[in-house]
Design a protein around this ligand. Structure first.
Ligand SMILES: NC(=O)c1ccc[n+]([C@@H]2O[C@H](COP(=O)([O-])OP(=O)(O)OC[C@H]3O[C@@H](n4cnc5c(N)ncnc54)[C@H](O)[C@@H]3O)[C@@H](O)[C@H]2O)c1
Length: 379
């Protein structure tokens, strides 16, 4: 077994295999970690940061295994990482090299998409270098447009799933009045979640990015904010109406009066020490590990409903996995396939949120572990 140990020799993960890629001509380290396979298939994103390492990838690959199992997709979890050793001067070369070196893995059944630090354009570059086309994988769903084009029309899918989790939980709690929503993180996930929640009639009372918190108790205009936001998720304060209050770069978003808190930034946004400050009744983990396990338990003990990351932020992975494994039907036009996938993903997320709420109500300390055990996921 391939065991990854912490510096103090504690076992962190035991993925199926890890591969170190030499990246000839590039000042970068790279790895692919496969946590599990089903019928020889695995999938996950490609993270590009200055700090990524095999341990981080192993934890993320394990989370992919869990996410995919929870939506009943017959495919295992994986994750790739690229860690530049110096400033990237030739991004295209880096991506092409990653594609050339990773080619046997891609063609061998390990799908690698985007993750933190990589864009759809990067993915297209390494797919091209690897001569890889997802829609030509045997057994994959047949599309009537190129995969890149189809994926482009579904770029809100993770935020859509996050919003669906919040909406279905409010519905189950028989909440009919418009709710006050705070969204921490205004990147791809936060923007899409805010837009879907606002369209469903709720009021976005605060949004936070890396620079601080923007708040208006009367409700922010999501479209106006999005128009003032860079692709990376930073809002240009100079473009906002005067009634929007700009608070500092601390965790002001935590203490804004709200009913629903959507976390869509980095890990540990809520740590155990910040639990007493949380005002919102419903906390939605749109980002990976937005709450650590202890903070999650303390929130539940304090009466908050917590919707966990592997249940709610599965949209992008579920979309790709459903096409890759052929679970999505072939022969539909792109718009009809998009509708089918949105309905299928929303139903999976609704069902899992209901089960998490039910298990929590029965006193389960770890509802996700129970759901996975029920599906016999030991991989
Ligand atoms: N994009 C996806 O499809 C996807 C899928 C699954 C999980 N996730 C996870 O969701 C989270 C968000 O992903 P994304 O793609 O939207 O990222 P992104 O990089 O597009 O946006 C991140 C946002 O968080 C903000 N931010 C960073 N640090 C902050 C802080 N300390 N306080 C408040 N805001 C802060 C940034 O300014 C930006 O607005 C990440 O944890 C990611 O791993 C993303």
């Amino acid at each position: 077994m391939n065991q990854l140990l912490h510096s103090d020799d504690t076992l962190v993960a035991s993925p199926l295999f890890t591969t170190t890629l030499s990246m000839p001509g590039c000042e970068a380290d790279a790895w692919v970690v496969v946590d599990s396979t089903v019928r020889g298939l695995a999938m996950g994103g490609t993270r590009l940061t200055e700090t990524v390492d095999e341990l981080e990838l192993a934890a993320l690959a394990r989370a992919m295994t869990h996410k995919l199992a929870l939506v009943d997709l017959p495919i295992g979890g994986a994750k790739a990482g690229i860690r530049p050793r110096s400033a990237i001067t030739d991004r295209d070369r880096l991506m092409r090299t990653f594609g050339k070196v990773g080619r046997p893995l891609l063609h061998g059944g390990v799908y690698l998409g985007c993750d933190q630090g990589t864009t759809p354009a990067d993915r297209d570059a390494f797919f091209a270098a690897a001569d890889y086309d997802l829609t030509e994988v045997p057994g994959a769903t047949r599309l009537d447009v190129p995969w890149e084009q189809f994926y482009g029309t579904m770029s809100d899918i993770t935020g859509f799933g996050v919003a669906t989790a919040a909406l279905s939980t409010l519905e189950a709690q028989r909440v009919t009045a418009p709710q006050r929503v705070v969204v921490q993180g205004f990147g791809a996930v936060g923007r899409a979640a805010a837009r879907h929640l606002e369209r469903a009639g709720h009021r976005i009372v605060a949004v936070a990015d890396v620079l601080g918190t923007l708040t208006d108790p009367a409700g922010l205009s999501t479209e106006g904010l999005i128009a003032a936001t860079s692709a990376g998720g930073t809002v240009d304060r100079s473009l906002l109406p005067a009634r929007v209050r700009c608070l500092g770069p601390d965790r002001a978003w935590l203490t804004v009066d709200a009913d629903v808190l959507v976390l869509a930034a980095a890990a540990d946004a809520i740590d155990p020490g910040s639990v007493p400050d949380v005002r919102a009744r419903v906390v939605v983990e749109g980002g990976n590990l937005s709450c650590g396990p202890v903070a999650r338990r303390l929130l539940r003990e304090a009466g908050h409903t917590v919707l966990p990351d592997v249940v709610v932020n599965v949209g992008g992975a579920a979309l790709t996995g459903a096409v890759l494994t052929g679970v999505a039907p072939s022969g539909l036009s792109a718009p009809r396939l998009a509708d089918w996938l949105r309905t299928w993903i929303a139903n999976k997320i609704r069902r899992n949120c209901a089960l998490v709420t039910e298990l929590t109500g029965h006193g389960s300390p770890d509802p996700v572990a129970e759901l996975l055990a029920h599906r016999a996921v030991h991989r």
